[in-house]
Ligand binder design. Structure first.
Ligand code: AMP
Ligand code: GLY
Length: 446
């Protein structure tokens, strides 16, 4: 089977790396890919902003299965084009991808289907938006409606910061059309969890739970990024908590999409806050997370292609995914300036030395080859990902890998893997260790 992966980041590198283990795969292509991916698959050019160019490429390659990494092509309707052409693709339709493409749509959808989320208002103009701020206590959260590559959310501690965000989005147009409409919402308190599932119209298969480290500096200081690291291990949530999340949040979302006439098929990323009154949805994404995918793929024992084919065929119900109990963490190495304007064009050294360490894999993101040198090209450059017998050894290995790599201006967080949620009321607390032989995560039978 020929498999095509769309995208160029660490998430796509981790997918390609995992696909190489599949018994079902003969050829792996990635477009546009990156130098790390190029060592494991054939990379081809594609215009990511053009669904037609992605379809053309899949046809040219006779790809049996296409997996879309980033949200852009999905929100632009690439899955609809493939479905019409009778080609297999993993990712939701344009209508279903609105769950990520419009925060206002997602919030109204959650309200309609009783999915717990922060109280909110949608504002279409600046004056109404400023007036609506008065309905919320500080801190308050201001979100641009459209896709903003991780730059569309401001958690404002002071009213003037909220007004500045509204001014930036709605009057200065810093995010273009994405900021013309905003969602203003109550600030939730708790631990964050990235809960990603594979879904078809009938079945839901939760992936291993993960946590993203979004702010740029240690101890969650500084502005949000696309993600400075991630961990995946079984103590993040208990199996009862997982089942409760599927029951109260994920299943209503999948059933709600079907009821809207826009059935959901593909990865659904639920960004959750575990609050004292239970889990609530911060956001939906219509794709896998980056960097969450890197540790998740390290832990997956099942054949990824089998899971994806079941998703396409609508046979996810009752399917089990198998995971190693060993924890995994990914530390992102970023360019100076990120998440602002990154300084790029720096020579990267030490990747081979990092990978020579046991249990370490370096997933490439913003890099290119030039004169046989690996050169940085964007904010997030590499994701040093490690697996260990326990969380401490996974963390130790990942940072041992990090210590081998250098480029000018490189920065990273030093506390990836240091957090574990305290659980939430109702189901068994996540602080209880799993009983021996207790399988989690896996297919939720709910
Ligand atoms: P989003 O893109 O909506 O997930 O927002 C990005 C980040 O902003 C989240 O991962 C949270 O850290 C934070 N955030 C978003 N919404 C809220 C909220 N209602 N309360 C507190 N923090 C939030
Ligand atoms: N790491 C957060 C995301 O992929 O949206």
């Amino acid at each position: 089977m020929k498999v095509l992966v769309i995208g160029a980041g660490g998430r796509e590198h981790a997918l390609v790396w995992k696909l190489r283990e599949s018994q079902l795969v003969t050829d792996i292509y990635c477009a546009p890919g990156n130098p790390g991916i190029g060592q494991e698959a054939e990379c081809l050019a594609v215009d990511l902003s053009s669904p037609d160019s992605i379809l053309d490429l899949a046809r040219r390659l006779s790809a049996d299965l296409t997996i879309v990494g980033p949200e852009g092509p999905l929100v632009a309707g690439v899955a609809d084009l493939f479905s019409k052409a009778g080609l297999r693709i993993i990712g939701p339709s344009k209508a279903a991808a609105r769950l990520e493409g419009s925060k206002a749509y997602a919030k109204r959808f959650m309200q309609k289907y009783g999915i717990p989320t922060a109280r909110f208002v949608v504002a279409e103009n600046f004056a109404n938006a400023v007036r609506s701020l008065g309905e919320f206590r500080l801190p308050v959260v201001v979100k641009a409606d459209g896709l903003a590559a991780g730059k569309g959310v401001v958690v404002a501690r002071r009213r003037e910061d909220a007004e500045k965000a509204l001014d930036d989005f709605m009057r200065q147009g810093t995010l273009g059309a994405a900021g013309e409409r905003v969602v203003i919402e109550e600030c939730l308190d708790g631990d964050e969890l990235s809960f990603i599932v594979l879904a078809d119209s009938r079945g839901i298969l939760p992936l291993a739970p993960s946590q993203d480290y979004k702010p740029v500096f240690d101890h969650d200081e500084g502005p949000n990024t696309g993600g400075m690291g991630a961990s995946s291990h079984d103590a993040i949530i208990s199996s009862l908590e997982r089942d409760a999340i599927v029951r109260s949040l994920v299943r209503p979302a999948i059933e709600g999409m079907a009821a809207e006439g826009t059935p959901y098929r593909g990865f659904l990323y639920c960004g959750l806050m575990l609050t004292v009154s239970g889990p609530k949805v911060l956001e939906f994404n219509c794709r896998l997370g980056d960097p969450e995918t890197q540790p998740i793929m390290m832990r997956l024992r099942s054949d990824l292609v089998e899971l994806l084919l079941a998703t396409w065929d609508g046979h996810l119900g009752g399917l089990e995914a198998h995971w190693t109990p060993n924890p995994s963490v990914c530390v992102v190495l970023a360019s100076r300036g990120y998440p602002g304007e990154p300084e790029v064009g720096k020579v990267v050294v030490g990747v081979d030395a990092a990978e020579a360490l046991g249990g370490v894999k370096v997933f490439f993101a913003g890099t290119k080859m030039s004169d046989k040198h690996l050169i940085t090209t964007s904010g997030r450059v590499l994701g040093v990902t490690a697996i260990g017998q326990d969380l401490a050894s996974a963390v130790q290995r990942a940072y041992a890998g990090v210590s081998k790599i250098q480029f000018e201006g490189m920065h990273y967080r030093h506390d990836i893997g240091s957090r574990t949620p305290r659980g939430f009321p109702g189901p068994q607390s996540s602080s209880q260790p799993p009983r021996p032989g207790q399988a989690r995560p896996g297919a939720a039978k709910v």
